[in-house]
Design a protein around this ligand. Sequence first.
Ligand code: ZN
Length: 155
Amino acid sequence: MGGVEELYREVILDHFKAPQNRGTLANANAKADGMNPLCGDQLTLSGVLEHGRLTDIRFEGHGCAISQSAASMLTQIVKGKTIEELKHLTTLYKAMFGVEVEGDKTNAVTASEPSEELGDLVALEGVKKYPVRIKCALLSANTLLEMISKVSSGK
Ligand code: ZN
């Protein structure tokens, strides 16, 4: 077990080659940009938030397979979720890697078993063995949190 074949599981490559929800939304009322300078990953999320619920989302960006497939997988599970549910999902996702990330600080916590609520994102669990790649995997989740916080604060 282990090694590159685990890092790049088939489902990850499938999302990388044929990403879901790629593009922009003409009616987006929420947007956020994220980047991971360590790897050169870039991501822009645009979403439609109505009555505290994310009704649609798209992503654009470029970078490594981990960052781009994570964005594809994340956008699959977040549609229709309330802001509270989105925060819950990102917490579950970060816990899978055994990290709690607040801004630029990364604190180690005990890794949790991946939750079924995470859908295809569970395929990225193997990334936790590669600490430098965790930021690639978390880019979309952190950008999502930023997009939500902008909306909640009226910016
Ligand atoms: Zn990356």
